[in-house]
Ligand binder design. Structure first.
Ligand SMILES: Cc1ncc(C[n+]2csc(CCOP(=O)(O)OP(=O)(O)O)c2C)c(N)n1
Ligand code: SF4
Ligand SMILES: [Mg+2]
Length: 269
C-alpha cells in the first residue's frame, strides 16, 4: 500500500504551544516535509526568530540557532558561510523581519546571501500581545492602534510589502508570496519553498518565501473567521505568487561556472 501522509521525521513528536488556528504549525509541517523529502535533515540549520516561533527549536528535529530579536539574517549569514553545503533557513515573523530586523534583512538580501528566508506575515506582533507591525493593514486594529492603522497619525505609516521591496535588489534571486488559508494555497506555497530550497542547494543567491498566516488570538477572531479575514483583507493587500524568479538564468550561469556542473529543474510542487 502506498503511504500518502505521514509524520515527518524532521518534526519532533511534541504538542506545540501555538494557538488553535495559528499558521506557524502548518508552516513548520511544510518545511519538515520538504526537508525529509530532500534528505537534508542532517544538513539543515534553522535560525529561529524572537516571536511566537521562538519555540521552533522544540518542534524541529534538526539543528537550530536562537539569535536575538531581528538578528536571524546576520546569524544565517554566518552559518551559511561556514557550512555552505547545508540548507540554512532564516525563519522570521513580520515584527522580527520588517521592524527591528529590517536593516539585517535588507543588507543580507542585497549581499545575495545564500540562505532561504521563510517570512511569516500575520500583520501583527503575535507573541507580545497584538501591537501594530510594519505589515498591519490600513484600518486594522492593534493594541497600539486601537482605532485602526491610520497613515495620517504620527508614526503609523503604510503597510510594507516586503517581497516587492526586496525584489528590486540585485542580490535577490527568488521571491514568492504564499498563504495558508486553504489546502490549494498550502500546496502552492510548499512548491515555492521547494524551489527556494533547491535554488539554495544549487548555490544560487538569496531566496525568500513570504507566507500570509492567521493569528486568530491577536486578531480577536475564531480560526474560521481569521481565515476569511485573511482572504478578504490580506490577500488583496499582499498579492500572492512569484514576485521575482531568475532561477533558470542563474542555474545555467551556475552550472557553467562549475566544471561538470548540471542545471537543476525547479519544478514547483
Ligand atoms: C530587543 C527586543 N525588543 C523587543 C522584544 C519584544 N518582542 C518579542 S517578540 C516581538 C514581536 C514579534 O512579532 P513577530 O515577529 O511578528 O512574530 P509573531 O509572534 O507574530 O509570529 C517583540 C517586539 C524583544 N524580545 N527583544
Ligand atoms: S498569538 Fe498568534 S502567532 Fe502567536 S501562537 Fe497565537 S495565533 Fe499564533
Ligand atoms: Mg507577526
Amino acid at each position: 500500500m502506498k503511504k500518502l501522509y505521514g509524520y515527518p521525521e524532521s518534526l519532533c513528536r511534541v504538542q506545540t504551544k501555538y494557538c488553535g488556528g495559528c499558521g506557524h504549525g502548518v508552516i513548520h509541517r511544510m518545511i519538515a516535509h520538504l526537508i525529509d523529502s530532500m534528505g537534508l535533515r542532517d544538513r539543515t540549520v534553522i535560525t529561529n526568530p524572537v516571536g511566537c516561533a521562538i519555540w521552533a527549536d522544540l518542534y524541529f528535529n534538526f539543528d537550530s540557532v536562537q539569535p536575538p530579536h531581528g538578528r536571524t539574517p546576520a546569524a544565517a549569514t554566518g552559518v551559511k558561510r561556514v557550512l555552505p553545503d547545508h540548507l540554512v533557513i532564516c525563519y522570521q515573523g513580520d515584527g522580527d523581519l520588517a521592524a527591528i530586523g529590517a536593516a539585517e534583512m535588507l543588507h543580507a538580501a542585497n549581499r545575495g546571501e545564500r540562505f532561504t528566508t521563510i517570512f511569516v506575515n500575520n500583520a501583527i506582533y503575535g507573541m507580545t500581545g497584538g501591537q501594530m507591525a510594519p505589515t498591519t493593514l490600513l484600518g486594522q486594529k492593534a493594541s497600539t492602534a486601537p482605532y485602526g492603522r491610520d497613515p495620517g497619525q504620527a508614526g503609523m505609516g503604510y503597510p510594507i510589502r516586503v517581497c516587492e521591496l526586496l525584489a528590486c535588489l540585485d542580490g535577490t534571486r527568488y521571491i514568492a508570496r504564499g498563504a495558508v488559508n486553504n489546502a490549494a494555497n498550502v500546496r502552492k506555497t510548499q512548491g515555492y519553498i521547494k524551489k527556494a530550497f533547491e535554488a539554495q542547494m544549487a548555490g544560487i543567491g538569496f531566496t525568500m518565501v513570504e507566507i500570509l498566516s492567521p493569528c486568530p488570538t491577536n486578531w480577536s477572531m475564531d480560526p474560521k473567521q481569521s481565515v476569511e479575514w485573511l482572504e478578504d483583507n490580506m490577500i488583496p493587500a499582499f498579492p500572492l505568487g512569484e514576485i521575482k524568479n531568475t532561477l533558470e538564468t542563474d542555474a545555467v550561469r551556475t552550472a557553467a561556472a562549475i566544471p561538470g556542473g548540471k542545471t537543476s529543474g525547479f519544478d514547483a510542487a
